[in-house]
Every structure is written in structure tokens, then in C-alpha cells.
Design a binder for this molecule. Sequence first.
Ligand code: ADP
Length: 174
Amino acid sequence: MEKAYVYWFFGLSGSGKSTLADALALRLKSLGEQVLRLDGDQMRAGINKDLGFSSQDRLENVRRAAEIAKLSLEQGISVVASFISPEDIHRRKVKEVLGAKVHLIFVDASIETCKLRDVKGLYQQQAQGNISSFTGVSAPFEKPMDASLRISTEESSVEACIDQIMKQWKEQNA
Ligand code: ADP
């Protein structure tokens, strides 16, 4: 239970949140930890179907996810979460719900890199006028003052990013 933590990845669409979260979940499982994986798209497909992309709805999106993470922690199960969480208020809410048990990890890649990657084709769709309130383009992304760790997916490989995360909280995982 004391060893269970929430690793909350946030950043632009295409910055690498899901990739890193999947890799971290695998790594923690290989060390014998129980892990719950929570993802923004997955939550929006089901439990958060009623929410849109206003700042207020995004706040509710992360609040519900943080509350689920809290329930998981109470069962001694760590959580690896990937949510854009674009504004300070969104990250503050996550902190408010989870306190010292959450590690906020800023997944940093420039908007140009994210556009080039365009993993889900969303930047192209946005450019064609099919998406409104798109983070980093037509909706705000506030560079964080409040992250526990910043990871650049432009500078490091996935493995190196995971090593950096594991090193940061080594004592906790010992
Ligand atoms: P997000 O979940 O933030 O929308 P994804 O993880 O779906 O982003 O996509 C990130 C893309 O960037 C993937 O195609 C991934 O292979 C690539 N990528 C390149 N280097 C890295 C890295 N160091 N960490 C994470 N993703 C990376």
C-alpha cells in the first residue's frame, strides 16, 4: 500500500504520454507491482462520454480519473495515467485529490514535433477544421510550473525516458 503511487503523464497530443505510460506499466509489472492503467481516450470512450473539451469538462475528466486512481491506491494498486491535463487548474485538481501520492510527469515535445508525428491524425483533422478546442492549437496548453519531473521525448528514447523515471523515484521503489 505505501509503495503504491500514481504516475500521471501529461502533455500535448502526440507528445508520448501513452507510449511512456504503457512502457512504465510494463516495467512496474515486471518488478511484481500491480498496476492500473488509465488513459484519457479510454475514459472518454466510456465513463466520461458525457464530457466535452471545455476547460470545465476537462477538469471533470481529470477529477474523475484522479478519484478512480485514489480508489486503486487504497487497494495497494499503483496507477499509470495518461491525460493531456492542459492547464494548471487541471494539474492542481489531480494534486488536490491525490496529494503526495501522485508524481506529475510532464511529457515534453514541441508542437512542431507532435504535428509531424500526428499519431492519430488529429492535427491534420484540426487543420481541416474538423476539431475545435484542440490543445496547443486552438485551446491552451499551459507550460507547467508544477511537474515533479519533465521528460523530453525529443531528446531521449522510450527506454531512456523510463530509466529516468525509475531513477527519479528509486528510493520509493527499493
Ligand atoms: P500521446 O499519448 O501523448 O498522444 P502517443 O504515445 O500516442 O502520444 O504517441 C507518441 C509518438 O511518439 C509515438 O509514435 C512514439 O513512438 C513516438 N516517440 C518517439 N520517441 C518517443 C519517446 N522517447 N517517448 C514516447 N514516444 C516517443
